[in-house]
Design a binder for this molecule. Structure first.
Ligand code: ASP
Length: 303
């Protein structure tokens, strides 16, 4: 008989240094809670970790509170270029998309690339063509302009990348991350979120992680893979691995950001070097918890 495990799920809505307004913070916590409850209910009913992280990331992409999907932030040319990645920890398969301007839910496209092509990542026009041929919903740039304008978000610094990690009742792990990237980024800039091993990683032998923050810091430290290897190769549990990894991010590159992580036993950890990490989790099927700061924070040196 198959061994049944209790499920766990962790999600985030971005890291940054400026506090959300009290009204915004209330909305974010409510939205994270609703998303967690939905993800938890699905996992409890037997959904896979992969289905669940894609579903939860999609919900967050559709919410203009976040810098992903509908609420994505513009680049320096005023255009919206979106990115996403999904990784399934059982077969170690991944799909990713970058530099797309017309995909409503980049996480759905990333999943389709993983499942329907021999590739991991598609970009730009090739990604758009693949999306059109595979029934992925497309939108105009006006859709993102509208989302970005909601709740007065256009006046903000624009953090709010989203991500989800989960362990399902069969013990499989998955991770997903989606973003509009840095506000005012150079056109064509690629961040950590769509890069396997930088912003996103999942391996059943280790853990599943989704990162957020200054993407270049996570790329240079290969932080998501570093976390996965710490657990898989050194047998560490989530909290110990999270502490080592966030210290590594800060000591190596004075990196700015954070992550949520689930290990193969279902323990959840969230850590940050930024002032805020909007996050939430359900650990081993218990009550949902949301927070504006991760339980673990390592301060950076003054920039
Ligand atoms: N990591 C994302 C990027 O650099 C942005 C973020 O997480 O806020 O594109």
């Amino acid at each position: 008989m198959a061994i049944r495990h209790r499920y766990s799920i962790g999600i985030h809505g971005g890291a940054g240094d400026r506090p959300a307004s009290p009204a915004q913070a209330g909305r974010i916590r409510e939205s994270l809670r609703t998303t967690l409850e939905e993800g938890g209910a699905r996992l409890a009913a037997g959904a896979t970790a992969l289905d669940t992280v894609v579903h939860c990331t999609r919900l967050l992409e559709d919410d203009p509170l976040y810098n992903a999907g509908y609420g994505s932030v513009p680049n320096s040319a005023g255009r919206f270029e979106l990115e996403a990645c999904v990784m399934d920890g059982q077969p170690l398969k991944a799909g990713a998309v970058t530099y797309v301007e017309h995909i409503r839910n980049p996480v759905e496209l990333a999943r389709r690339i993983m499942e329907k092509t021999p590739h991991v990542m598609l970009a730009g026009r090739g990604a758009d063509d693949f999306a059109a041929a595979n029934g992925i919903a497309t939108v105009s740039q006006a859709y993102f302009q509208e989302g970005w304008g909601k709740y007065g978000r256009a006046d903000e610094n624009g953090y709010g990348t989203v991500g989800a990690v989960a362990r399902d009742c069969a013990g499989n792990l998955a991770a997903a991350t989606s973003t509009g990237g840095q506000k005012g980024k150079r056109p064509g800039r690629v961040g950590d979120s769509p890069l396997v091993g930088a912003g996103t990683y999942a391996d059943n032998a280790g853990g599943a992680v989704s990162c957020t923050g200054w993407g270049e810091d996570f790329i240079r430290t290969a932080l998501a893979a570093y976390l996965g290897f710490l657990i898989a190769r050194q047998g560490l549990e989530a909290h110990t691995a999270a502490r080592i990894a966030i210290e590594y991010l800060v000591t190596k590159v004075n990196g700015n950001g954070g992550f949520v992580l689930v290990d193969k036993t279902g323990s959840i950890a969230a850590a940050q070097s930024s002032a805020y990490l909007h996050c939430g989790w359900i650990e081993h099927g218990a009550e949902p918890k949301t927070a504006l700061c991760a339980p673990l924070r390592i301060a950076r040196a003054e920039d």
